[in-house]
Design a protein around this ligand. Structure first.
Ligand code: PLP
Length: 233
């Protein structure tokens, strides 16, 4: 059942890529497992999911521990707001931290990563809709913050992340995604160091196809993966 749901989501990703003239392999599907059990995550892994996103460090600690005995290759993503007192645990647990939204947080992550002799991969979270989202850097501050971050030796800035405001029509989210793509082009052309492929983490269950049309390379899907609408028939 999980495998059918996931296969349908992958088809929708592939169609959106086709419309945009993009290779479906250029979009990573991150299954967002907040509020889902370790058993549900295991089922998703068995159905071919390789990337798992969690919002809260404490919740992830418990579930990832329960998954430790599985043999699946698992790449872990922190997508929720990170408080500095959780940085140590976060650096221990996550391959990619999407939610870096200040220099201070970046410095704290860098310090902890150095202590673990780890190069921590991160994204900068950008507030593309000023009135809606609580967290994220203002777009006009992003270039400066990215330049400072690129001086931190144990961080690797791979790209940008944004959360579009909730919309009834996915088309309404398009300007936010377009803004992130434009900012990314500007920001990375101004940096000396550029990753070989730039990550744009944007698009959730209600708007991921539009996000892909606008250049998303990483969609974060919770309900689309873990909530089946048709299991009553
Ligand atoms: C919950 C969450 C998602 C997934 O949301 P869905 O609408 O269930 O796909 C993606 N990104 C972030 C940051 C989230 O908190």
């Amino acid at each position: 059942m999980a495998s059918e749901t996931i296969a349908r989501v992958r088809e929708r990703i592939a169609s959106a890529c086709l419309r945009a003239g993009r290779d479906p392999a250029s979009v990573t599907l991150v299954a967002v497992s907040k509020n889902r059990s370790a058993a549900q995550i295991k089922e998703a892994l068995e159905a071919g999911i390789a990337d798992i996103g969690e919002n809260r460090v404490q919740e992830a600690v418990v579930k990832f521990n329960q998954l430790r005995t599985t043999n699946y290759a698992l790449r872990t993503h922190l997508i929720g707001h990170l408080q500095t007192n959780k940085v140590k645990e976060a650096v221990k647990l996550f391959d990619l931290i999407h939610s870096v939204d200040s220099i201070l947080l970046a410095q704290a992550i860098n310090k902890q990563a150095a202590a673990f002799a780890k190069i921590q991969e991160i994204l900068l979270e950008v507030k593309t809709s000023p009135e809606e989202s609580k967290f994220g850097i203002k777009p006009d501050e992003a270039v400066g913050v990215a330049k400072e971050i690129s001086q931190l030796e144990n961080l690797k800035l791979l790209g940008l992340m944004t959360i579009a405001p909730p919309v009834t029509n996915p088309e309404e989210a398009r300007p936010y995604f377009r803004a992130l793509k434009e900012l990314s082009d500007k920001l990375f052309s101004s940096l000396v160091f550029r990753p070989s492929s730039i990550v744009l983490s944007m698009g959730m269950t209600d708007d991921f196809e539009v996000a892909i049309e606008e250049g998303s390379t990483m969609v974060r899907l919770g309900r689309a993966i873990f909530e089946t609408t048709d299991d009553t028939d």
